[in-house]
Design a protein around this ligand. Structure first.
Ligand code: ADP
Ligand code: CDP
Length: 233
């Protein structure tokens, strides 16, 4: 069967990567978490003191260093899922911290950061057979993707999911702080000039506020089979 490209976009913390990873594993496709890439750039900027005292980013300093930022994914044999590496260091946990969450959206709004990440993502998906999740996959990275999904859920539901996740990993978590961050990122992500978050015209919308992980997995698998069938006809 011919491989297709699957783009999963939507708001923060609504379950995009959970469903994308599940599908990729089920059908033997490559999974790419593009949010992890923007988070890795942000971690680099934090570790290299590129944030100004007022919280803004020193964009010129980051632009000069973009060539030094190596982002890659390696399969974690224990989890069966890809881990994110920044210049050879495994940063999977560090990039999920609140500190990174609080700084990532302004970094992801910088045009030179986006063009570098989009080029990498397009190279990773060149041979199809990829499930990629993010904010602009169906609109900018792969506008011709055969299957596009746009996921939403209420901000409260999303914040609760992220809160539970951080707690279960033993990380610091405050519900109100997470809710504020989720809303703030949604706003910045959907109002930036370059590739703002929006539903592609041909994307299928899924509100998973009241769906279990198993139900959304099944739903996506059905959409996948439909898209493959359409491709074969
Ligand atoms: N339908 C669901 N019901 C409950 N929890 C979910 C559901 N989908 C995902 N989750 C959980 O919510 C958290 C955020 O999901 P994630 O896939 O990381 O979201 P995103 O990639 O959109 O940021 C994870 O802990 C995940 O296990
Ligand atoms: N394709 C993408 C993916 C993420 N991002 C940015 O990266 C941030 C982190 O993405 P993420 O997918 O890890 O966020 P969560 O939904 O997992 O919290 C987002 O809030 C966006 O600012 C983006 O701009 N474009």
């Amino acid at each position: 069967m011919k491989k297709i490209t699957i783009a999963i976009d939507g708001f923060s913390s609504c379950g995009k990567s959970t469903m994308a990873k599940d599908l990729a594993r089920e059908v033997g496709y490559v999974y790419v978490d593009t949010g992890a890439m923007y988070r890795a750039v942000t971690l680099y900027a934090l570790e290299n003191n590129m944030f100004l005292p007022d919280g803004g980013i020193d964009a010129d300093a980051l632009r000069r260093k973009m060539g030094d930022i190596g982002i890659s994914f390696r399969l974690n044999e224990a989890t069966g899922r890809p881990d994110t590496y920044l210049n050879g260091e495994r940063v999977e946990d560090k990039i999920r911290s609140m500190e990174v969450s609080d700084h990532v959206s302004p970094v992801a709004a910088l045009p030179f950061v986006r063009s570098a990440m989009v080029a990498l993502q397009q190279a990773m998906g060149r041979d199809k057979g990829v499930v990629m999740d993010g904010r602009d996959i169906g609109t900018t990275v792969f506008p011709d993707a055969e299957l596009k999904i746009y996921v939403t859920a209420s901000a409260e539901v999303r914040a609760q999911r992220r809160f539970d996740e951080l707690k279960s990993k033993g990380m610091d978590a405050d519900f109100d702080d997470i809710l504020r961050n989720v809303k703030e990122r949604d706003y910045i992500d959907s109002h930036r000039d370059v590739s703002p978050l929006r539903k592609a015209d041909d994307a299928i919308e899924l509100d998973n506020s009241h769906m279990t992980i198993a139900e959304q997995k099944q739903w996506l698998l059905e959409r996948f089979h439909e898209a493959c069938q359409k491709q074969a006809d």
